[in-house]
Design a protein around this ligand. Structure first.
Ligand code: SAM
Length: 367
C-alpha cells in the first residue's frame, strides 16, 4: 500500500485576539450559538506532544525529530487553564475532558485535576471531569489521578493483536502495557471506563469483533470511531472509513444488539446494548452520520486558542486576553461573543470543496 502524506498545514501561529464587547450581559449559564446549540462541553489540550505516532493521527513522516512542538512558555499554565475553565462553566459548561497530545505527558497533571475537580456547574452540581489517554503511563498515574478527583478515563486502544497494535502506534508499544493501564484505572475506581477504537479499513477492522468480545461483561464500554479527516497530515480517504452501521452489524452477527436511548442530548456516541445483558458499546459516526446539529463542544488548545469545531482552520487567542491583563468579566464577555456567533457544521458540509482546507491537527487541538 502506498501511503499518502499531505504536508502539515501549520496554522498554529495565526489566531486573532478576540473582541471584548463592553456591553455584554453577565454569563447566565445558557449560551446558544448562532444555530441554537448551547455551550456544554470543554475539551482542554494540555500538551501537543505524544509518545505514540499513531499513523492516522501523528504520522512519523510529519511528526519526526525535526518537528517543532510548542515551547513550554507558550503553554497555558494550570492557573490559566483553571481560570478559563471557571469562565466557561459560568457560560454553561458541565463537562470537561483533558486531552492532547498525550495528556499524561504533562508534568504533574494531577495538580491540574485537583484544581478542576472541585468546580461546580449549574445548580451547584460538580462538573463531569474526565481524561482521554493512550494509557501508556496509567499504571503509574491512575491512583494519583483518582486521589486528585478525576472521575473516569477514556483509553484509546485500536487493536488487541499485538502486531497490529504496535504497527498502528508506530513506536512498537506493546498492547499488554495498555491493558495493564486499563486494569490500573479500573482498580483505582476510574469508572465507567470507555475504550476508544478508531477503525481503519484493511488495517484493524478485523479486530472489531475481538474487541467487542474481550470487553463484553467487563463493565467497560468500547466505542468504535469512524476514521475522520481531522487535520491535514493523515492522508485520509473515504475508502478507509468503515461506516458505523457496518461495525454494528458485524458485532451483532456474533452478539445480538439493540439500540439504547442517549444519556443526554448531544451525546456523541450512539449506544447499543447486548441483548444478553453483558453491557453496551458505542459508535461514533462523524463521517457517515454527522452530528453537528447537536454539537455543544468547545476546544481549548495547549497554548490557549479557542476552536469551535474539531475541523476548524482558525482559533481565537484567549491567552492574549489572559496575559493582557483583562478581567474575568471581560474574558467572559469575549467568550460569549465568540460562541454566540458560532455557525460551524463541517461534517455536514464535508465535500471535495472542503478537502483542501488547512484544518488544525488533532494532536494540537485535542481529541
Ligand atoms: N493521546 C490521547 C489518546 O491516545 O487518547 C489523547 C489524544 S488523541 C488525539 C484522542 C483520540 O483521538 C484518540 O482516541 C485517537 O484515537 C482519536 N483520533 C485521532 N485521530 C483520529 C482520526 N483521524 N479519526 C478518528 N479518531 C482519531
Amino acid at each position: 500500500m502506498t501511503e499518502r502524506i499531505i504536508p502539515i498545514a501549520d496554522g498554529r501561529y495565526v489566531a486573532p485576539v478576540p473582541i471584548v464587547p463592553t456591553d455584554a450581559p453577565a454569563p447566565s449559564g445558557r449560551l446558544p450559538d448562532a444555530r441554537g446549540r448551547p455551550l456544554h462541553d470543554l475539551r482542554i489540550s494540555v500538551t501537543d506532544r505524544c509518545n505514540f505516532r499513531c499513523t492516522y493521527c501523528m504520522p512519523k513522516a510529519v511528526f519526526d525529530k525535526d518537528y517543532r512542538f510548542l515551547p513550554h512558555a507558550s503553554l497555558l499554565s494550570f492557573e490559566e487553564i483553571a481560570r478559563l475553565a471557571r469562565l466557561f462553566i459560568a457560560h454553561g459548561v458541565e463537562k470537561i475532558r483533558l486531552t492532547g497530545g498525550e495528556p499524561l505527558l504533562r508534568k504533574d497533571l494531577e495538580k491540574l485535576v485537583a484544581m478542576l475537580a472541585p468546580l461546580t456547574g449549574a445548580a451547584g452540581r460538580p462538573i463531569d471531569l474526565t481524561l482521554t489517554t493512550n494509557a501508556s503511563i496509567l499504571p503509574r498515574k491512575a491512583r494519583a489521578l483518582r486521589d486528585a478527583g478525576l472521575q473516569r478515563v477514556t483509553v484509546s486502544l485500536d487493536a488487541l493483536d499485538d502486531r497490529v497494535f504496535r504497527a498502528m502506534n508506530d513506536v512498537d508499544f506493546p498492547v499488554a502495557d495498555v491493558l495493564a493501564g486499563i486494569e490500573a484505572a479500573d482498580r483505582a475506581g476510574l469508572r465507567p471506563l470507555k475504550i476508544n477504537m478508531v477503525v481503519k479499513r484493511g488495517v484493524n477492522d478485523h479486530e472489531i469483533v475481538p474487541m467487542a468480545q474481550r470487553f463484553r461483561g467487563s463493565g467497560h464500554i468500547v466505542r468504535f470511531i469512524e476514521f475522520m479527516d481531522v487535520g491535514a497530515s493523515n492522508g485520509w480517504r473515504m475508502d478507509d472509513v468503515v461506516p458505523s452501521a457496518e461495525v454494528v452489524s458485524r458485532i451483532a452477527e456474533h452478539f445480538p444488539l439493540q439500540p439504547v436511548e442517549a444519556n443526554y442530548a448531544g451525546e456523541v456516541a450512539e449506544r447499543w446494548r447486548y441483548l444478553d445483558g453483558s453491557g453496551e458499546i458505542g459508535v461514533i459516526s462523524s463521517v457517515t452520520q454527522p452530528f453537528c446539529g447537536s454539537c455543544t463542544r468547545a476546544r481549548l488548545s495547549t497554548e490557549g486558542r479557542l476552536y469551535t469545531c474539531l475541523f476548524a482552520t482558525d482559533g481565537h487567542d484567549l491567552r492574549a486576553l489572559l496575559r493582557g491583563g483583562h478581567s474575568d468579566e471581560q474574558i467572559a464577555a469575549a467568550l460569549g461573543h465568540l460562541w454566540s456567533r458560532r455557525a460551524d457544521r463541517y461534517s455536514e458540509i464535508r465535500s471535495s470543496r472542503t478537502a483542501g482546507l488547512r484544518k488544525i491537527e488533532m494532536s494540537y487541538i485535542g481529541g
